[in-house]
Ligand binder design. Structure first.
Ligand code: ADP
Length: 282
């Protein structure tokens, strides 16, 4: 049983756009799953089903094996388990200070003042934003806003965090910091599901990848299985990670038979193996 599962999901927007056409998706507890696909594929629409913000006209969303019922009791239960970080942090942050923003969710759960304070402190510490607690969110940088939005979700102590393009609009270091933060949260046992266009970061952090196109899942598997399918990668307007592209060119253009790899670490090991005895790479 997955912690979050979607069975044969169909969704149509009121204007008639068929955004999801029979989606099957599963995240196991403790996984870090990446959802890739071109703009308009339906990634955000699918994510909005994960905690019941949108209701499908056909199919089921199951949280810890239980189908979402779309009544207030079921939705409250689901939202305690699954937290969503929206793509645009300004859609998520609205309180006058960082601290008040992070406290908003836990206060709505009806927790005691002491418990709320404890959760806010812990969440801000986890994302490295404790020194900003009295700042207005709109004075923060993009990466800092993203951290505060993540803290707001963390303070709800969810088991699953879903993030719609968490690195979009961030500089390379900011993007890498957010991915490391998510990696650390994942190591603590939180299931992480992200959508992204950042193919270089996916094989480093995700253990499972789904590729979406025109409201359907067109491929799923470990990163190396998915990236190995060049036809699918092209269909989804994606590209290989840069290091994998280099190996592909060496294989194809230069007849250098280095084994394919998708991260710097993997490619480095494969290069060392190839060059063993010929040169020293320390
Ligand atoms: P992605 O997140 O992969 O870019 P979306 O889920 O945002 O894709 O969009 C999927 C499809 O649904 C697109 O064709 C998009 O134009 C359409 N869509 C998204 N939001 C709405 C909406 N509020 N009303 C009508 N159509 C929408």
């Amino acid at each position: 049983m997955g912690i979050l599962e979607v069975e044969n999901l169909y969704y149509k927007y009121p204007d008639g756009t068929e955004a999801l056409n029979g989606i099957n998706f599963k995240a196991e507890k403790g996984e870090m799953v990446a959802l890739l696909g071109p703009n308009g594929a339906g990634k955000s629409t699918l994510f909005l089903h994960f905690n019941g913000i949108l209701k499908p006209y056909k199919g089921n969303v199951l949280v810890k094996g239980k189908p979402i019922k779309y009544n207030s009791k079921s939705l409250l239960e689901v939202r305690k388990t699954v937290g969503i970080v929206f793509q645009n942090s300004d859609d998520q942050l609205f309180a006058p200070t960082v601290k008040q923003d992070v406290a908003f969710g836990p206060l709505n759960l009806g927790l005691s003042k002491e418990e709320v304070e404890k959760r806010v402190k812990e969440a801000l510490k986890a994302v490295g934003m404790e020194q900003f607690e009295n700042k207005p969110p709109h004075h923060l940088s993009g990466g800092q806003k993203k951290r505060v939005a993540i803290a707001g979700i963390l303070a709800m102590e969810p088991e699953v965090i879903v993030l719609d393009e968490p690195t979009a609009g961030l500089d390379p270091i900011g993007a890498s910091h957010i991915m490391k933060l998510l990696y650390n949260l994942n190591k603590k046992g939180i299931t992480i599901i992200i959508s992204t266009h950042d193919v270089d970061l996916v094989p480093i952090y995700a253990n499972k990848v789904y590729i979406m196109s025109e409201g359907q899942i067109i491929k799923e598997g470990e990163p190396k299985v998915v990236f190995n399918d060049s036809e699918i990668i092209r269909k989804a307007n994606l590209r290989l990670p840069r290091v994998a592209h280099l190996i592909e060119i060496l294989n194809r253009e230069d007849n250098v038979p280095i084994k394919m790899g998708y991260t710097i670490g993997e490619v480095r090991r494969n290069l060392k193996k190839y060059f063993e005895g010929h040169c020293d790479i320390e």
